[in-house]
Design a protein around this ligand. Sequence first.
Ligand code: TXA
Ligand code: MG
Length: 367
Amino acid sequence: MTSKNGKKTRFFRINEENFEAVLADASEVIRKGGTVAFPTETVYGLGADGLVPEAVIKIFEAKNRPLGNPLSLLVHSKEDVKKVARNVSEKALRLMDVFWPGPLTLVLEKTDIVPPITSGNLLTVGVRMPDNPVPLELIRRAGVPLAAPSANLSGRPSPSTAAHVKADLEGRVDLIIDGGPVEIGLESTVVDMTSTIPTVLRPGAIGLEELQAVIGKVRTGFRDSEEDEANFQKNAGQKYGHYTPKTPVVLIEGKIGAVSQKIGELVRTFLEDGKTAGLLLSEESSESLSTNLSGGLSESEVPKDLRFVLGPAEKPAEAAKRLFEGIRALDEKKPGLIIADGSFRLEGSGRALMNRLREAASKKFEV
Ligand code: TXA
Ligand code: MG
């Protein structure tokens, strides 16, 4: 998976002084059919000319992404949407007005200029206007919408820093633009606007409540509950699955006290088998486990570098920002197991965070 495909990858750390020069260079790469990785407010993206199949195929090759998994398009303005989508509903336009530029991808009926390789042979296409000057200027200068999935190898967590992109894609893409760590850290909310009742295919920073406040009823098409299963099965994108850390992940859902206790128990059972565990914690469970509440855990049982604190359980947006970094960091230490605290508040980013944890987990406990 990680073998290189022999490209020479160039890097730019972008700042105010070199912004113009870097963008001139990067847009030239896109115009010539190449690949550029760049920051967005959600996660780093890997972009290529979304209307040219020979360019789009390079994204699939670089990421090792299965052909058929649809890519979404990044646009520079609401006007650009008309080129790639038709029969755009009133509700979709309202969502654009309220949430763009921002972490919201709208699945719309596509026009004929969007090639089947971009849309995964579907008649629809995901469209988003990102809230970051780098991709916005790149799209404007290249003069084309960018097909731009997250800039990770398929099956790996999405990248929240340029270092993550480099680890996955060095030697596989033409250019990586480092614009510092992203703001949100989880991929955009994806909403299918072509169903009678709009369907949330992937939760993100824009929560169900916020969408409902603008367009009324929405359905969920991701695995948030048993009832979602039928909708989930129809979800064209999600059938390809999400990232799977190399280390198995166990998720413990429940109230913080019970979750901390269960984490302690699991670690000890695991240690008895001579294995180590890495912990993805909330601030609360971290505190509880290091101050000997709920049984505590000593430094010898779980060393500091195997405890990754995401953030407060009540403020999931902070934790969401660090999730992918945490998973990557623990995965690299190669523990026998990653145990994840699942006590984050299920609202807005919290729902998205819990969704990503559930996707990553091979085993779940409710306590
Ligand atoms: O925040 C984001 O959305 C980031 C940044 C880079 O923009 N991009 C991103 O792209 O996460 P990607 O390809 O990793 O995820 C896009 C999701 C996938 O689950 C894909 O299957 C789904 O959107 N998707 C795209 N087009 C679709 C379509 N026409 N119908 C259903 N699902 C679609
Ligand atoms: Mg992705």
